[in-house]
Design a binder for this molecule. Structure first.
Ligand code: MN
Length: 319
C-alpha cells in the first residue's frame, strides 16, 4: 500500500495534487486539520509499503519516521517547516528547505519539473507567498484575472484548514482533496464547481468580516496582539486574519490568539515581512509550538504561560 500523508492546508493539499496527477496511484490518504501535524503517527507500514509526507515538520514526526525508516520503507518527504537533523537513510528522499521564501508546493513543482505549475501556485498563494506563487506561473500565459482567481482559491483552501476539530471546517481536507483531484487545471475546478468555490468564498468573507471588527488587545511599538472570541468562526479565520494583518502592515509582528476549549489558547504568530527574525524561534520556546520563519504557532498555550508569552512576544520582535 502507498500512504499519502499531507497537511490539511492549501500547501499540503496542492502539493499532493501535483504529485498524484503526475504519478497517479491508489493511496491511503492521511490528513487532518492544519494544526494536526504529527500525522505520521497514524501510519503503520508493512513490507513493501511506501510513504509520501508533505508539508508537515519532520521534527514533529521524527519518532514515527524513524520507525518507518527502520522497516526499509521508501519515504519521500517534501517540506519547508523546521526539520532539525534529517535522518541519514538510503530509503529516505528528503526534499527539505526551511528558507522563508519557499513552500512545499514550490519544492514539489521543482521535483516534478513543473508538471502542474498552476496547482503549485494555488498552494503557494495559500501560504501567503505571493511573489513565489507568481514565479510558479511564469510562462503559463495566464491573464491577471485568472491568476487572481488562483490566488483566491489558494486563500480559501488555506482558510478551510484551520479549526480545532474537523467539525469546525466546512470541508474535511480529505473531501476537499478528492473534489479538486479530477482537475488538472484549477481554473476548471472553479468554473465547474461553482457551488463549492462559492461556499468557501462566502464563508471566508463572513468569518473575515467578523475578524475585521476586532480591536487589538495589546499594541506594542513593533507588534500587535489580538484575542478572538471562543467561537468556531474565530478558529477558522485565525490564520488568514494573521496573513491579512501582516500583508496590511509588513513592518509589524502579529499574534492572534483564540481560546481553546480547555484552559489554553491557540496562537498564530506572523513575523514582520521584512525582518529576518524567525516566528518559529519564538513559538518553539513553548510546548506544542512550531512553524516556519514567516508564520508559526502554538497549539496549546496554557493560561499559566500567557503573561510569559506576551512578554517574550513583545521583546522578541521589539529589537
Ligand atoms: Mn506550507
Amino acid at each position: 500500500m502507498h500512504f499519502d500523508v499531507f497537511n490539511g492546508d492549501a500547501d499540503g493539499i496542492c502539493a499532493l495534487l501535483q504529485l498524484r496527477q503526475t504519478f497517479p496511484c491508489d493511496s491511503k490518504l492521511v490528513t487532518g486539520v492544519k494544526r494536526e501535524i504529527d500525522l505520521l503517527r497514524h501510519v503503520s507500514v508493512n513490507d513493501g509499503d511506501t510513504v509520501s509526507v508533505l508539508d508537515i515538520s519532520l521534527d514533529k514526526n521524527r519518532v514515527y519516521l524513524d520507525s518507518i525508516l527502520e522497516k526499509k520503507t521508501q519515504v519521500l518527504y517534501v517540506d519547508h517547516h523546521y526539520a532539525g537533523e534529517i535522518p541519514l537513510a538510503e530509503n529516505l528522499n528528503a526534499i527539505i528547505d526551511e528558507s522563508a521564501n519557499t513552500s512545499t508546493c514550490a519544492l514539489m513543482n521543482c521535483h516534478l519539473s513543473s508538471s502542474r505549475p498552476l496547482w503549485a501556485a494555488v498552494g503557494t498563494f495559500g501560504d501567503n507567498l505571493k511573489e513565489l506563487a507568481m514565479k510558479q506561473l511564469e510562462g503559463s500565459g495566464l491573464s491577471k484575472s485568472d491568476s487572481d482567481l488562483l490566488e483566491e482559491l489558494g486563500v480559501y483552501i488555506n482558510y478551510n484548514g484551520y479549526g480545532e476539530e474537523l467539525s469546525d471546517l466546512h470541508y474535511s481536507p480529505e473531501k476537499l482533496y478528492k473534489l479538486l483531484e479530477p482537475y488538472d487545471n484549477p481554473l476548471n475546478f472553479i468554473s465547474d464547481c461553482q457551488i463549492h468555490f462559492h461556499k468557501l468564498k462566502d464563508s471566508y468573507r463572513s468569518d473575515f468580516s467578523k475578524a475585521l471588527m476586532q480591536k487589538p488587545e495589546r499594541s506594542f511599538e513593533s507588534s500587535k496582539l489580538f484575542i478572538l472570541p471562543q467561537e468556531s468562526w474565530s478558529r477558522r479565520v485565525v490564520g488568514v486574519f494573521g496573513n491579512h494583518l501582516t500583508n496590511t502592515n509588513p513592518n509589524l509582528a502579529y499574534a492572534v490568539l483564540v481560546k481553546n476549549s480547555e484552559d489554553s489558547y491557540k496562537v498564530s504568530v506572523r513575523a514582520p515581512k521584512n525582518s529576518r527574525v524567525k516566528a518559529s524561534d519564538l513559538c518553539c520556546k513553548f510546548p506544542s509550538g512550531g512553524g516556519r520563519t514567516a508564520a508559526a504557532g502554538i497549539n496549546k498555550l496554557h493560561q499559566s504561560d500567557f503573561d510569559e508569552f506576551i512578554k517574550r512576544f513583545e521583546g522578541f520582535f521589539g529589537t
